[in-house]
Design a protein around this ligand. Structure first.
Ligand code: FE2
Length: 202
């Protein structure tokens, strides 16, 4: 049996968990891969920084975007600016994720702790996020950690309209987002760790 690199071994159990709960993800492989990588990054950030609960971060990372299964792929993959009606669909996805996870993951250990992070993963430090417009530390800590993992994976992944950024480029953009979209204090703590993630050094 071939020896899998660390990243693959960490990924496999979460892929099977996600398929069991949300088999529709098989039809949206980019979303599946993003969910699995975000789960791993969020778990590692929590464990290595000693902040939040790693298992909660892992599960919330795996499940945070399942609400996008209810958004059409045309909108998800649209390269240009979104129409108002399209943006309304996008901003609903954290609530749809919350509702889908609440209904399909009933009985999952720690579900009541996972749900707030799922719901608040697009809240912004300056209050301009969604769905509630929460601000600063009123955003749950685990949602703020999840946002770091989510944004880092989004920036370092290919998009239909651009090539993936390398870690350094992604961290430069995230530095500009710190204090606006991202918690600036958490970003400073996480910055060095994130710089190693893409190269699978942790
Ligand atoms: Fe999201």
């Amino acid at each position: 049996m071939p020896v899998l690199p660390l990243g693959e071994r960490v990924l496999l159990p979460s892929v099977s968990l996600l398929f069991d709960l949300f088999p529709e993800l098989a039809e949206v492989p980019e979303l599946l891969v993003h969910s699995v990588r975000t789960a791993r990054y969020a778990f590692l950030l929590s464990r290595l920084l000693g902040l939040g609960r790693p298992r909660v971060l892992f599960c919330a990372g795996a499940l945070h975007d399942v609400g996008k299964l209810l958004v059409s792929r045309d909108i998800l993959e649209k390269p240009g600016p979104l129409l108002g009606s399209e943006w309304k669909m996008i901003v609903r996805h954290p609530l749809w994720s919350f509702e889908l996870v609440e209904s399909r993951c009933r009985g999952m250990r720690g579900l009541k702790d996972i749900l707030p992070a799922v719901r608040a993963h697009h809240e912004a430090w300056d209050g301009t996020g969604y769905p509630e417009g929460l601000k600063g530390t009123s955003i749950p800590l685990e949602a703020r950690i999840l946002a770091l993992a989510d944004v880092f994976d989004a920036l370092t992944s290919p998009r239909p309209y651009r090539a993936p950024l390398n870690s350094g480029q992604a961290l430069e953009i995230m530095a500009q987002m710190a204090g606006h979209k991202l918690d600036p204090y958490l970003f400073e703590k996480a910055r060095i760790l994130l710089s190693f993630f893409r190269e699978e050094k942790v």
